[in-house]
Design a protein around this ligand. Sequence first.
Ligand code: AMP
Length: 281
Amino acid sequence: MQIIHPISGMQRTADALRASGRRIGFVPTMGYLHEGHASLIRHARKQSNEVIVSIFVNPAQFGPGEDYQAYPRDLDRDLRLIRETGGDIVFIPSAEEMYPPGFATSVHVEGLTEGLCGASRPGHFRGVTTVVAKLLTAVKPHLAVFGQKDAQQALVIRRMVRDLNLDAEVLIAPTVREPDGLAMSSRNIYLSPEERIEAGGLYQALRLARKMVQAGEREAPKIIQKMRDLLSERPSARIDYISIVDTQGLKPMDRLTGEVLVAVAVRFGRARLIDNVILNL
Ligand code: AMP
């Protein structure tokens, strides 16, 4: 397994791989990897010859007072997981090279970034789209794999790739969960034992929404209220949002039709966790 730090080195390697006819699959991450990331690597593995994983904790997508400094890091463990899962190249750019003095350019996707996490984390998606655009021009992948856990992020990136004619296919892979349903996340490490138990409520709330829809409920406010009730029984839960939106424009719906995204963001102690399910009506 090869480790590459300089952006120009990554570009030269990508050019050589492309010239020799290799199909490049790419998994961008912020490190502190878990089974969710491993599953993306396996998806990339299946559909490409060369799997490149990037590790970069992107300062531009953290707001003031968010957890950029505290974000968990363990490079040795990450490299082991990538090697064991079948990654070929690990791209680890430095923040200094990614954001040199005078850095002044950003990529912004309008509309899709306004609601959900965009409302409570101003500037977050601009940071995400900017770094993903930069990573795509460094790694030059044929395929880039993202997780459904970050549903809004995946849709925003897909839109950016389409709008800017970036030459990569975007694959969105399913969310990997703990046995109690909690979506795997690097931030789960922040949870105290009590908060960890209560955080299972996130997926219980999403399952409740699915059950209500299956039983015929179509009024979004009623579903959201029941989800709110369920989460309010967890003393450490602070709800950021519970939203039901259409999967095309991410606009809130009152009456559910078509394909809908039920998305939640809840703080348990220091951890702000997000999760979602897609329902087809
Ligand atoms: P992160 O390192 O948290 O920025 O995530 C890197 C990629 O892994 C993103 O595309 C995430 O959506 C994806 N990811 C994170 N957690 C999970 C999970 N539990 N299941 C599937 N994909 C995930």
